[in-house]
Ligand binder design. Sequence first.
Ligand code: KIV
Length: 290
Amino acid sequence: MTNVSPAPKQPQADSSTALYGGKGTRRVTVRDIADAKQRGEKWPMLTAYDAMTASVFDEAGIPVMLVGDSMGNCHLGYESTVPVTMDEMTILSAAVVRGTKRALIVGDLPFGSYQEGAVQALRNATRLVKEAGVGAVKLEGGERSLRQTELLVESGIPVMSHLGLTPQSVHALGGYRVQGRGDEAAHRMLRDAKAAQDAGAFAVVLELVPAELAAEVTRSLEIPTVGIGAGQECDAQVLVWTDMAGMTGGRMPRFVKQYAQLRQTLGDAAKAFAEDVVGGAYPAEEHSFH
Ligand code: KIV
């Protein structure tokens, strides 16, 4: 890995074309994402797993939503992302598409839905596009998912790659730890990122990657990087929405910033309702019909 000085700041988008805060009302496309990289515009991405939450983020102007296989832990009560099935991904992706008008919706290909090869990847990605209506799919791996990425892109399905900590390989990686440390691992990640770009991916997620390496990958690619625990220099940032909004219980990874405490708020609302019911304060006269 070479030492490089920070890239000069590039001009931001004008207010009409910006991915976030722009005036556009039609669905965001991968072309808009490419234009944002050219302009040096940073953009936000959140996960979403249901129509109602997705509609809130759409109204807030979030331009890209990922129906991540993090739905396994965050929505379906599994221990990890590994058990998520294509049926679950298709149903929840369709709900997110129905709940949104503007955001580009990216559906994750779950573990076991593309590892057999390019044809399996195409069959399952086609399902997400046709049945759920997503505008793009995401899969893990750079060089190891090359054939899959190439065939999907050739078939007209935009692909977002995912490098660094790839949760579907958590058993092989030996846990949730920072990836790309050391020269060899850093070079491998740069190679993977280039391979994804050359295969036609429109963006690359970098998860749990040292900030300096993520910055180097970002500078070396023409397509945008989407960081999660990968420092400030990525073109975009993604967070799992339940982490971002303080809905997830327990300890948070260091890279998470919580912008609300929904778990506390929702719990307080449930308790207030329960106390009103038990104490006879709800329903009151104004909630009753005669
Ligand atoms: O499934 C997911 O939510 C993801 C993000 C963490 C990038 O892959």
